[in-house]
Structures are given as structure tokens and as C-alpha cells.
Design a protein around this ligand. Sequence first.
Ligand code: FDA
Ligand code: NAD
Length: 434
Amino acid sequence: MAEKSFKYVIVGGGVAAGYAAREFAKQGVKPGELAIISKEAVAPYERPALSKAYLFPEGTARLPGFHVCVGSGGERLLPEWYTEKGISLILSTEIVKADLASKTLISAAGETFKYQILIIATGSTVFRLTDFGVQGADAKNIFYLREIDEADELVKGIKAKKNGKAVVVGGGYIGLELSAALRINNFDVSMVFPEPWCMPRLFTAGIAAFYEGYYANKGINIIKGTVAVGFGTNGNGEVTDVKLKDGRVLEADIVVVGVGGKPLTTLFKDQVDEEKGGIKTDAFFKTSVPDVYAVGDVATFPLKLYGETRRVEHVDHARKSAEQAVKAIFASEQGKSISEYDYLPYFYSRSFDLSWQFYGDNVGETVLFGDSSPESPTHKFGSYWIKDGKVVGAFLESGTPEENQAIAKVARVQPPVSSLDQLATEGLTFASKI
Ligand code: FDA
Ligand code: NAD
């Protein structure tokens, strides 16, 4: 089979690849120099839409509506854009072998791709209950959500089981966003997770109490402190119920599983340094192998603000790390240098009429401020994290753009605080003064 050769290759065609492509164009990449090789059949898109408007019964999002870079208010890169720029979008093509020493990639269909500079942007994959040997986990109508073809399967399931019963396994991002989306689709929803409160990797008990109360008021049944240990099926192999470890059995027409994921680094195993489960990079997203960069979910990079390395599985970092890597590539070709990546962690989520943002680090003591009652008409509340006498993280539900900017600034500036009680009383006013 013919060999194709490019100056630059991005393996993976998700969020980071799309934002990298835009930066390549800004930096003046020449026609024929860049290829994006993606397992998915569509041009890079804003993945967060898949767990939100993609699933709504009304105001539904569909491609080409949410191709990158609309999520950050930028130009929408349609497939034609790549053609115009002479960027090869090689879709429905999975790379199954990478040899970094000979700068060669091989696809599942046996095609060979050579590159001079490689950007690894393979993102994450989800854990499956079949991986853990959960009995009946291969039943029909048990869904996972990472890529657009999985979202399409889920949409079909939602239509086929209209007004039915849904069980959501997992209490993280997917758990919370999918429970809401299914409820909006008029499913009778139960959400099951092992921890004492939802989203424990970010939420404090106080934050979680608001969301759990709000979800309960929307009719969602929240079951904590247990896990799914088996699934019942009917004669067609479709799921009928979920067996919980505590002995309860929940009827289910569909099940959605969101029990976390892991970065897709296996192609490069033993060829590149890894750390904290990801591919280790410097502040320009260069890996330990010359001419190989890693961006987005797969990169473990120096988080300058905290003096340690981190991996971040969120869209804002996927966008910014991709731009930083491409800027660094062009600068080094021109013998110039650029500033180190100096990232302020930023995560967000939306469900029902709720919308929160978080900036900084969720370590140390916490104070809750504002009206965090689930019945609150405004539901404007937040939390600060305080470490070594300084505010290092801030969370806000239902903030205005100005208020969100204020909490971002607090997390960046890390102002000192003398009294936690005073901080709780001042709430947002504290942030607005920084
Ligand atoms: P991304 O997963 O976007 O892209 C990786 C690409 O590589 C995919 O196209 C994949 O097919 C391809 N690929 C992998 N292996 C390959 C191979 N061997 N050969 C070829 N192609 C290969 N974040 C946030 O901050 N706010 C939010 O609201 C959400 N919402 C959200 C919803 C859902 C459903 C998911 C799954 C994730 C989110 N996220 C999020 C997280 C965010 O989307 C995520 O961090 C970024 O998409 C990461 O961007 P990457 O480009 O690194 O991976
Ligand atoms: P997550 O890490 O947010 O949550 C995983 C959850 O799985 C845990 O909180 C726990 O409740 C649960 N869990 C673990 N084992 C379980 C078990 N055996 N049974 C039941 N529950 C179990 O991961 P996720 O929600 O699956 O999300 C996957 C990826 O997608 C992550 O990278 C996430 O950052 C990303 N994502 C982000 C957003 C966002 O930023 N708004 C939205 C959707 C997805």
C-alpha cells in the first residue's frame, strides 16, 4: 500500500486537533504539510456538546453546528476549511501502530504515514463495565459516551425507549450531565454511584448537597454508596434491570455508564516517558522524544502555578495546550522562543438551567457562600478553597460573565485571607474586590 508523507501529523481528530489546525493555519502552514488522522468519521468538533444539546429533544445540536472552534466563540472549521487550507483530514482511520524511532504510523487498513513532527492528540477512552467482568454488562441498551457514533447510538436508544426507565451508573461529569439529559427526555431516571456524594473529585459535601437536592426535585432518584454488580436481560439480549451490590434491583430500559476514563497512550508505550498516567511533556508540550509533542487529555505537563506536573481532562486545556504546542513548533523552526505554558485550571458543566465554573485548585479548607438551598430561586452560590492562608480555588454556580471572571482572577492571584468566616460572609464581594 502507498506510503503518505507529511511534514506535520496530528494523530487524533478531537478538540485539541481542531484547535491545533486553526493555529497551524494562523502560523502559515503550507498546503500539503499538515495531516490530521482520526478514528472518527467527522471533522474535529466540540466534544462537550455530546452530553448536552446533542441529546436534547428540542434545540438539538447536530453537526456541522458544533465543529471547532465555536465552543470558544471562534470560527467554525467545516470540512471545506481544511480543504481550502490544504490540510489533509484523514478520517475513519485508526492508527494501530506507531514507531517513533522511524517516524512511522500504520493504520488499521495497513496504510503507512511518515512525519517529521508528530502531535499526539488521542484523548481518552472510557472504562467499560465489561472490563471489570460485571455480569450481563454486554447487554443491548447499555451505553457509553465518548465519541459521536456512541452519542448517535444513545439517541437511537432514547427514541426507542421513549418515556421509559433509565439507570445512570456513575456520579461524575457524565453521571450528572446524562441524568439531566435523560430526565429532559422524560425518562424515569435513577443515578447510582459508590461515593457518599456526587462528583467527589471536585465537589465538597456542601456543593454536592445543592445538586443532589436540585436533581431530586427534578424527579431523579439518587442512590449513593453502592455499585452495579449485574444486569438482567430479556430474550432479545436487551437490558431489563440493574442489580446493585446492596441487593436492590432497579428496572431499566436503558443504562448509561460513566465510570471514568483513561488517556489513550498505549500506542506509544515504552517509546516515550510517561508520568501520572499520561505522556510527560515540558511547558511547550514536547515529549521525551525529539519532534514528538503531546496535547490535551494525554499530556502530563508542568502546571507552573502549582510547581507540579498534572494531567487535565477538560476542554479548555485541550484547546490551549494545542495552541501552545503549535506556537512552540513554529517558534523553534524560526529560532525563536515563546513563553512557558502557564495554565489556570478551568472546568465547567451545565445541566437543566444550571451552569457552574471552577478555577484553580480544589485543595485545603473550604467555605461555602451564597444561597445553596436547592429550592433557591437564583441558586447563586459558590465555594472557595483556602491553602496556606491564600485562596487557591473558586467555584460558582449561575455566575454572570463578570462574576465568573472575578472568581478566575481570585484563583490566579491567590489573595491572602485572614478569616474564613469573613470570607464566607463576603462571598462574591471578596472576589469582586480583587
Ligand atoms: P478528544 O477525545 O477530544 O479527541 C481524541 C481524538 O483522537 C478522537 O477523535 C479519537 O477518535 C481519536 N483517536 C484516538 N486514538 C486514535 C488512534 N489510534 N488513531 C486515530 N485516532 C485516534 N470538558 C469540559 O471542560 N467541559 C465539558 O462540558 C465537557 N464535556 C464533555 C462531554 C463528553 C461527552 C466528553 C466525552 C468529554 C467532555 N469534556 C468536557 C472533556 C473534553 O471534551 C476533553 O477533555 C477534550 O475533548 C480532550 O481533547 P483531546 O483532543 O485531548 O481528546
Ligand atoms: P469522572 O471521573 O468524572 O466520574 C467517574 C465516576 O464514576 C466517579 O465519580 C464515581 O462516582 C463513579 N464510579 C466509579 N466506579 C464506579 C462503579 N463501579 N459503579 C458506579 N459508579 C462508579 O468520569 P466520567 O463522568 O465518566 O467522565 C469521563 C471523562 O469525560 C472525564 O475525562 C471527564 O473529565 C470528561 N467529561 C467532562 C465533562 C465536563 O468537564 N463537564 C463532561 C463530561 C465528561
